[in-house]
Design a protein around this ligand. Structure first.
Ligand code: AMP
Ligand code: TRP
Length: 337
C-alpha cells in the first residue's frame, strides 16, 4: 500500500530563522499533503553551506528547523523527517548529476546570479553554482512525483525536470519527472520593510520578516510598522507602488482562506491601521499553536533525536535503492553488501 502512494519531497535550508514566507509558501502545504502522499521532508544543511555559515549556529538552526517541522504539524508516523547530510546518498547522487549538468544551465539560474553578485567574483564558492544539481539529487533520490515549494523555486524545479530527462535520455528510464506544486495564495510573501523584495530568513533588518518563533507581540509590532503607501485604498493590486498593501492582503488571504472580493468588501471604508491589525490577528492565531508546540519540543532533545534517527534510516533505505539503480545505469560496479 505504502509504495503505491505518490511521493512528495521538499526541504528548507537551516540558514536563519524560519519566516512567515516559509510557512505559507512551504510548510503549510506540506502538512496538508501528508493525507494524500507519502512524504519526505528534509532539513537541507548541505545547501545552507553554499554560503558561509557559523558551525555552531548551523548545528543549532538545523535542529530548530526540524523541530519546527514537527511543531507545524508534520507527523513523523506518516512522514519521513530527516537531515540531508545524514543520508550520504544526497552528496553522491549530487556528484553524479553534477557531471551531467551543463554549465550553461547552471549559469542561467537567477538564484546563482543574485547570490553570486553579492560576493567577490573569484571567491564565489563552486557549491553555489552546483546548488541546483544537489537539489535535483534530493528530489530524484526519492523518485518524488511532486515538490511543494514557493514561487522562487520554480526555476530550480524546471532544472530538476530537465536534468532528470537528460539522464533518462542518456541512460534509459530511471527517474520519475517531478511536478512543481505552488500554493494558490501566498506563493511569494514580500518583506514588510521592502515589499518589492521577497521575505527572506537571511535578511538582517529588524522589521523585514515575521519569524515563526518570535512572540505574538513582536509579530504585531512588525506588521503595524509594515511599509504601505499614500493611496489609502485597500485592494489587491500588482502595481509596484501598492506592493505593501497587496502583500498584507495576500497574507490575509492565505491565512483566512477568504476570496479577494470578500476581503476587499470587508475593508471598505477602513484604514491601513485596521488592515494591519486584522493581519496581525490572523497571523498570531495561526502561529501561536505552533509556537507553544515548538516550546515543548525544545525541552525534549531526546525526542527530536529519535525522530531524526529513524527518519534518516527510512530515507536512507529509499535513497540507496535509487542510488543502486543509478550506479547500474551509469556503469558503476555495485558494492557487495
Ligand atoms: P528557503 O528559505 O530558501 O530555504 O526556502 C524554503 C521554502 O520556503 C521554499 O519552498 C521556498 O520557496 C519557500 N519560501 C521562502 N521564502 C518565501 C516567501 N517569502 N514566500 C513564499 N515562499 C517562500
Ligand atoms: N532550494 C530550496 C530553497 O531554498 C531548498 C531545497 C533544497 C529544496 N532541496 C530541495 C526544496 C528539494 C524542495 C526540494 O527553498
Amino acid at each position: 500500500m505504502e509504495t503505491q502512494r505518490k511521493r512528495v519531497l521538499s526541504g528548507i535550508q537551516p540558514s536563519g530563522n524560519l519566516t512567515l514566507g516559509n510557512y505559507i509558501g512551504a510548510l503549510r502545504q506540506w502538512v496538508a499533503e501528508q493525507a494524500v502522499y507519502q512524504c519526505y521532508f528534509c532539513v537541507v544543511d548541505l545547501h545552507a553551506i553554499t554560503v558561509p555559515q557559523d558551525p555552531a549556529e548551523l548545528r543549532q538552526k538545523t535542529r530548530e528547523v526540524a523541530a519546527l517541522y514537527l511543531a507545524a504539524g508534520i507527523d513523523p508516523e506518516r512522514s519521513t523527517i530527516f537531515i540531508q547530510s545524514h543520508v550520504s546518498a544526497h552528496a553522491e547522487l549530487g556528484w553524479m548529476l553534477t557531471c551531467l549538468a551543463p554549465l550553461g544551465w547552471l549559469y542561467r539560474m537567477t538564484q546563482f546570479k543574485d547570490k553570486s553578485a553579492k560576493q567577490q567574483q573569484e571567491s564565489v564558492g563552486a557549491g553555489l553554482l552546483n546548488y541546483p544539481t544537489l537539489m535535483a539529487a534530493d528530489i530524484l533520490l526519492y523518485q518524488a512525483h511532486a515538490v511543494p515549494v514557493g514561487d522562487d523555486q520554480r526555476q530550480h524545479l524546471e532544472f530538476t525536470r530537465d536534468l532528470a530527462q537528460r539522464f533518462n535520455h542518456h541512460y534509459g528510464e530511471t527517474f520519475v519527472i517531478p511536478e512543481v506544486m505552488i500554493p494558490k495564495a501566498g506563493a511569494r510573501i514580500m518583506g514588510l520593510d521592502n515589499p518589492n523584495a521577497k521575505m527572506s530568513k537571511s535578511e538582517a533588518s529588524e522589521y523585514h520578516a515575521i519569524y515563526l518563533t518570535e512572540t505574538p507581540e513582536q509579530s504585531k509590532k512588525k506588521l503595524m510598522r509594515a511599509v504601505t503607501d499614500s493611496f489609502a485604498e485597500i485592494r489587491f493590486s500588482d502595481e509596484p507602488e501598492r506592493a505593501g498593501v497587496n502583500n498584507l492582503l495576500t497574507i490575509y488571504e492565505a491565512l483566512s482562506g477568504q476570496t479577494h472580493d470578500a476581503i476587499e468588501a470587508q475593508f471598505v471604508g477602513k484604514g491601513y491601521g485596521d488592515l494591519k491589525k486584522a493581519v496581525a490577528e490572523v497571523v498570531n492565531e495561526t502561529l501561536n499553536p505552533m509556537r507553544s508546540h515548538y516550546q515543548k519540543l525544545t525541552q525534549d532533545a531526546g525526542y527530536l533525536d529519535g525522530i531524526l534517527a529513524s527518519g534518516a534510516e527510512r530515507a536512507r533505505e529509499r535513497a540507496e535503492q535509487t542510488l543502486d539503480l543509478v550506479r547500474e545505469r551509469m556503469g558503476f560496479t555495485i558494492p557487495k553488501r
